[in-house]
Design a protein around this ligand. Structure first.
Ligand SMILES: [Zn+2]
Length: 369
């Protein structure tokens, strides 16, 4: 898989753009940029929500809303030849069957315009991309691509948009079985086993102590909302997933009304609107309930003890290994000053494999590729 280093930049800019939009500057002042301002976005089916200049990135950022479907587009124009596109859907699961993760794998296995088996693999080999990947977070699924070559970039955007909006896996149960789970029996005398790309991947994840720790912390701190289940998929639960549930999930969340799109770089911002509108205008707006509920505070501290796979310490004579973490459920609203100070002072100093203060909050939750 390719490097994930670009993602935090893409994701954080997409979801936290307002705090850095401090200094306004008219679009026209970016004279050196080869990009041009969009005169009339309504001609391309969009309305402008707001435009601001972000000095730190020397970028003009415009937030658009697609008039027909309500899809949001963050269009960032600057002189960076490394053009980036991202399609993001909020995909909060309510169980640990790994639907969002299996879907992330499956939509990249052929689409209406690109009915080949593995367009993603072909792109990895043949494209001039500088970044190409997909990520499942506990609450959203992201499809970012980047390229410095304009035509290559447009091709990538076309493949990705077609993949997320018109994937062949919705009618091809074999893709679901291949990427999700299926039974495998090579010899009649052998025992039947479960197989599947995501199933196997998650077996590996569940045997890693670090990932067990991270997941248990997250689920202990957020037991009542989507962060209380595993969007990646618990191998014990994955075989409960049916093809019907899988299709319903795509129908529910992979809709423009639940989508956020992102363009960045020196490409023509008019063309961005045109490309997106071509895909989005096929859909009708509809309400999508994908909001993540806030976790209620606990009346008292909780203590959770879990086990993880490890060697037999009695046989090896080694000391049994343990992890200990202290997690805080924080409020979106500020605490009063006294509690704020008490929180800071109460955080212990981390030491390897002993005490790890973990402040788990949605924006820092890990992604699964
Ligand atoms: Zn995966």
């Amino acid at each position: 898989m390719v490097s994930k280093s670009l993602l935090p930049r893409v994701a954080s800019a997409l979801f936290k753009v307002s705090p850095v939009m401090s200094q306004k500057r008219p679009v026209a002042q970016v004279a050196a940029s080869p990009t041009v301002a969009v005169e009339d976005p309504t001609a391309f089916g969009f309305e402008e929500v707001k435009t601001e200049f972000v000095q730190e990135y020397n970028s003009v950022c415009t937030l658009y809303k697609h008039i027909k479907t309500g899809a949001e587009l963050m269009s960032v124009t600057n002189e960076d030849e490394n053009k980036v596109f991202g399609a993001v859907f909020r995909t909060p699961p309510d169980n640990s069957t790994g639907i969002p993760h299996i879907l992330e794998h499956s939509v990249l296995c052929g689409s209406r315009k690109y009915p080949i088996k593995e367009p993603f693999v072909e792109l990895m080999k043949g494209s001039l991309n500088t970044f190409l990947n997909a990520f499942t977070y506990p609450d959203r699924t992201c499809y970012p691509v980047a390229s410095t070559n304009l035509q290559d970039f447009y091709n990538l955007v076309d493949v990705y948009l077609d993949a997320v909006l018109h994937p062949n896996c919705m009618s091809d149960e074999q893709t679901f079985e291949q990427e999700g789970w299926h039974y495998e029996l090579n010899e009649v005398s052998e025992e039947m086993t479960f197989k599947g790309v995501v199933f196997n991947e998650m077996k590996g994840v569940y045997s890693s102590p670090d990932s067990v720790l991270g997941r248990e912390c997250q689920q202990a701190v957020f037991p009542d909302n989507t962060y209380g289940v595993d969007s990646g998929g618990d191998p014990v639960v994955i075989p409960e997933l049916t093809f019907e549930m899988f299709k319903d999930f795509h129908g529910q969340f992979y809709h423009p009304s639940n989508g956020r799109f992102w363009f960045y770089g020196d490409d023509d911002p008019n063309e961005r609107l045109k490309i997106l509108d071509n895909f989005l205008s096929e859909f009708e707006a509809r309400p999508v309930d994908s909001k993540v509920q806030t976790q209620k505070f606990f009346p008292e501290p909780k203590y959770v003890i879990k086990k993880y796979a490890a060697g037999d310490s009695e046989a090896t004579g080694e000391e049994p290994k343990n992890f200990l973490t202290v997690n805080w459920l924080l409020s979106e609203d500020r605490f009063d000053p006294e509690t704020d100070i008490a929180m800071v002072c109460s955080l212990p100093t981390p030491a390897p494999n002993s005490v790890q203060p973990v402040v788990t909050a949605p924006p820092s939750l890990p992604a699964r590729a």
